[in-house]
Design a protein around this ligand. Structure first.
Ligand SMILES: [Fe+2]
Ligand SMILES: [Fe+2]
Length: 269
């Protein structure tokens, strides 16, 4: 492989992807950054800063959580489209969350950390594209419905500390995805929508990996700081996560993601 001319830094490339508003362009940019980094086409991380807020398209309209219309249970086609639309939005924001993780903390954490979170960003871009394409097949599109405006809050709340970011974003929010996705898969399958059920199964497999990256990097940070991982995790989640951690938990997926290394008592907060 010839090493192409290195024209920009990884930090600048990530920043440019975060500041891309158009959903499909952002998904392409995220996959492009991950590929260019893998192929050695980007110079090492530098001191450039990440934006406080990534760029967002004009649609979907973003509403505070309490103004979001109630979603059906996913049985009717309208209900399934609403569910897929909310999933598309989660995946879209997840692209930025993974990019921001790599861009904001990568310089301090090193190239392995950057590679892991850029591979997550590329997965999230793929998830977004799969769900967006599915919405088109069903006669809708990402942007057709309003979406939840609280998903970036966790990033803002944890921008100061990689341990807090890892504790909340992959280890709570993405882990919550592991718990709720099997129920959604069943709902789509029961409605005869096997195509959507297959997409969700693929997403669930990838998400186990994302949570595992979160757990592994969190444990490394704890080791370096001489902290107990379960104790620090509990403290950071209590401090920075506003929601509730409530069962049922997807125990086998959480185990595969390494979360069971944190004691059961740490989970029950
Ligand atoms: Fe995802
Ligand atoms: Fe993810």
């Amino acid at each position: 492989m010839t090493n192409r001319t290195v024209t920009t830094t990884i930090t600048a490339a990530i920043r440019a992807a975060l500041l891309t508003a158009d959903p499909r362009a952002k998904a392409m940019a995220a996959r492009g950054v991950a590929r260019d980094w893998r192929l050695g086409r980007l110079a090492p991380a530098c001191a450039a800063t990440m934006p406080d807020y990534p760029a967002r398209p004009a649609l979907p309209e973003l509403l505070p959580p309490n103004r979001m219309p109630k979603r059906g249970r996913g049985g009717s086609e309208r209900g399934r489209i609403a569910l897929l639309h909310s999933l598309a939005h989660i995946e879209f924001v997840a692209i930025d969350l993974a990019l921001d993780m790599a861009g904001r903390f990568g310089r301090a954490r090193g190239p392995g950390f950057i590679s892991d979170w850029l591979s997550v960003a590329a997965d999230e871009a793929m998830h977004f594209s799969l769900v967006d394409r599915r919405l088109h097949t069903l006669g809708s599109f990402y942007g057709a419905l309003p979406a939840h405006d609280g998903l970036w809050d966790a990033a803002r709340e944890t921008a100061h500390d990689v341990a807090a970011r890892l504790a909340v974003v992959p280890m709570v929010l993405e882990a919550r995805g592991l718990d709720v996705t099997p129920v959604m898969i069943e709902r789509f399958a029961a409605a005869g929508d096997t195509r959507s059920a297959r997409i969700l199964t693929r997403i669930l497999d990838d998400e186990i990996n994302h949570v595992r990256f979160g757990t592994t990097h969190f444990e490394t940070v704890c080791e370096e700081r001489g902290e107990s991982a379960p104790q620090l995790w509990k403290m950071l989640v209590e401090k920075h996560f506003r929601g509730q951690l409530k069962p049922p938990f997807n125990d086998s997926a959480r185990h595969a993601a390494g979360l069971s290394r944190l004691s059961a008592s740490a989970l029950a907060i």
